[in-house]
Write a protein that binds this ligand. Structure first.
Ligand code: ADP
Length: 254
């Protein structure tokens, strides 16, 4: 990355739940304009860390600065410039997508055209549909649209492709890359390493509340290969997912 301007800076972050140390001295920076992946096993402390940065959870100690604002002193300023996915429970069941977007934009105090937001995620034809009537991929795309309502500088995506079919997943990657290309910084968690490899400019591996590696996917893979690591099985030129995509096409269809 050429642009090394840190938009998120986390220093020595600690979070204890009673006497359990969930986050144990995390430090990292997210650069402006990158897609940054937070990877690691369940329970590693990723969600806790993200929610502290999003000003939704209290830290025990450490320093977090987002776009120049401290989470201790300027949480309101941070809220204004970030986009966070709502839990599905936040989508009132009787409202259609247009009405939901109008509601959320009212809550943010911004003036958006619902159709423009739906166009960003290719859901114009679902403007009058209810959330529960959408496919898994469409739900995720709608939820990403809601993070963009306040034209945020940073969006946070927590496992956005979990449970999606291969096409829906690739379509979502295109969407996320598009959002990044328009200047928004993206922080994402995923359990799919192929996804992190395709999508992320840099990734941090978190384990037991600590960062155990942080770099570009390319560099992390090269370092492993340089250490003498070899895959046991010879890799074929395609995999079963390639077969799936080849057989069923790659167009937006869900
Ligand atoms: P991840 O997102 O990497 O799966 P979490 O941040 O959700 O990890 O959780 C990290 C650890 O902190 C886990 O052991 C989890 O059980 C614990 N934890 C998370 N939230 C709470 C809470 N509100 N109270 C007590 N323990 C919690």
């Amino acid at each position: 990355m050429e642009n090394r301007n840190a938009i998120i800076s986390v220093k020595n972050l600690i979070k204890n739940y009673n006497d359990f140390e969930a986050v144990r001295g995390l430090s990292f920076e997210v650069y402006e304009g990158e897609i940054f992946g937070l990877l690691g096993p369940n329970g590693a402390g990723k969600t806790t860390t993200l929610e502290i940065i999003e000003t939704l959870r209290e830290k025990t100690s450490g320093e977090v600065v987002v776009n120049g604002f401290s989470i201790d002193k300027n949480p309101i300023n941070i809220k204004r410039i970030i986009g966070v996915q709502l839990q599905a429970a936040g989508y009132y069941p009787n409202l259609n997508l247009t009405e939901l977007l109008e509601l959320f934009s009212g809550l943010y105090g911004v003036n958006i055209k619902p159709m423009d937001m739906l166009a960003k995620v290719n859901l114009q034809d679902k403007a009058k549909a209810k959330y529960k009537e959408l496919s898994g991929g469409q739900k995720q795309r709608f939820s990403i649209a809601t993070t963009l309502i306040n034209s945020p500088k940073i969006i946070f995506l927590d496992e956005p492709t979990t449970g999606l079919d291969p096409q829906a997943r690739r379509n979502l990657w295109d969407l996320i890359i598009d959002i990044r290309n328009q200047g928004t910084t993206v922080v994402i968690t995923t359990h799919y390493m192929d996804e992190a490899e395709q999508l992320c400019d840099r990734v941090a591996f978190v384990e037991s509340g600590k960062i155990i590696a942080l770099d570009t996917p390319d560099k992390l893979i090269d370092d492993l290969v340089d250490s003498g690591f070899e895959r046991k099985k010879v890799v074929k030129k395609a995999n079963l997912e390639d077969v799936f995509i080849h057989l069923t096409g790659q167009e937006w269809r869900e």
